[in-house]
Write a protein of this length. Structure first.
Length: 320
């Protein structure tokens, strides 16, 4: 009968057959899907695999280091870590339109990836973490079969441009099966159980204002505190996705005997089974108060915190 261990062996065989002595390039984001693809391919073809991690500058706290530590240092995978944050900030300029931001980030991501792949000596195959839901529905995460609510930069574009054959070992799997495969491959629980994170990252969590490295730093700190408290409270696995949003609004506050005039941070957490619909997460008020105090005391630039009680629909999970 069917087991994940058997699937793993078959998938490794299939990759070896498809790739032969060819070279494979794989974009690594630190998310579950690309992490599983990278480790599976490394087990199948070792040195024939090169991974590229494009750091857009919109990653969460410590994320780039974690990826490098795990894949390069622990697994010994050939990994190119490209810090491209300046390119991304320059390309975005003062843009605040959500769709234009996604298009700019997605386009530049492909340019940078392509350049790094070329610099690494090129490849015969491109590996992708395409899942079964992506195969049956090209706009899997928007929830709409005909209406594109938000463009998705991880799917499409790259293969056409790069003119390479695709290696997609997860094409038959659903998300929970990918996680199981990840465990079978020995990936740490922190990677396997990770919440989804959108390709454009923090750039779509700073709405209505030009993006700057300073604003990203403020948001990164608030987000890290929030997630740390969620983990400490043992709530991480019960939540589909949780994150902070930095609003373009400043409000008046008091700190000691001084008046402050700083930004508002919104906290979001939802439960969901597929991201198509979602309920806001019902934290107890004590928890929310604790996170709020920590953020205001520890993050300069934020003096007020609010919690988002919108479900999907009518809201989306992200704010833009
Ligand atoms: P929404 O906000 O549409 O999000 O309810 C549903 C799921 O998709 C993620 N999401 C994205 N993922 N690129 C991505 O790779 C994007 O542009 C993007 N926009 C939303 C979102 O985080 C949630 O998991």
């Amino acid at each position: 009968d069917w087991t994940m261990a058997a699937f793993k062996d078959q998938a490794i065989d299939a990759v070896r057959k498809q790739v032969g002595n060819g070279k494979v390039i794989c974009g690594l984001s630190g998310g579950v899907d690309s992490s599983v693809v990278a480790v599976l391919l490394h087990e199948a073809i070792g040195e024939q695999l090169t991974c590229v991690f494009v750091d857009t500058g919109f990653m969460r706290m410590g994320e780039a280091e974690e990826v490098v530590n795990l894949f390069r240092d622990h697994y010994n995978i050939k990994l190119i870590h490209k810090d491209a944050s300046k390119l991304f900030f320059d390309a975005l300029g003062d843009e605040i339109d959500p769709e234009k931001k996604r298009k700019t980030i997605g386009g530049l991501f492909i340019d940078v990836f392509e350049e790094e792949a070329k610099a690494a000596g090129g490849a015969d195959f491109l590996a992708q973490g395409t899942l079964y839901p992506d195969v049956i529905e090209s706009v899997s995460f928007t929830g709409g079969p005909s209406v594109t609510i938000k463009s998705h930069h991880n799917v499409g574009g790259l293969p056409e441009r790069m003119n390479m054959d695709l290696v997609e070992p997860l094409r038959e799997l659903f998300k929970d099966e990918v996680r199981e495969l990840g465990r079978e491959l020995g990936l740490p629980e922190k990677f396997v159980g990770r919440h989804p994170f959108p390709g454009p990252g923090l750039a779509i969590r700073i709405p209505g204002q030009p993006l700057t490295p300073e604003k990203c730093d403020i948001l990164r700190k608030a987000d890290a505190i929030y997630l740390e408290e969620i983990r400490n409270a043992g709530l991480y696995d019960a939540i589909w996705q949780a994150f902070a949003v930095l609003l373009p609004v400043r409000t008046v506050g008091v700190m000691g005997d001084a008046r402050t005039y700083d930004y508002v941070c919104a906290l979001r957490a939802v439960t969901s089974t597929d991201g198509m619909t979602a309920d806001y997460y019902h934290f107890d008020h004590e928890f929310l108060g604790r996170v709020t105090n920590r953020i205001i005391n520890e993050v300069r630039g934020i003096n007020r915190v609010v919690y988002d009680c919108t479900s999907k629909p009518p809201g989306t999970i992200e704010w833009e």
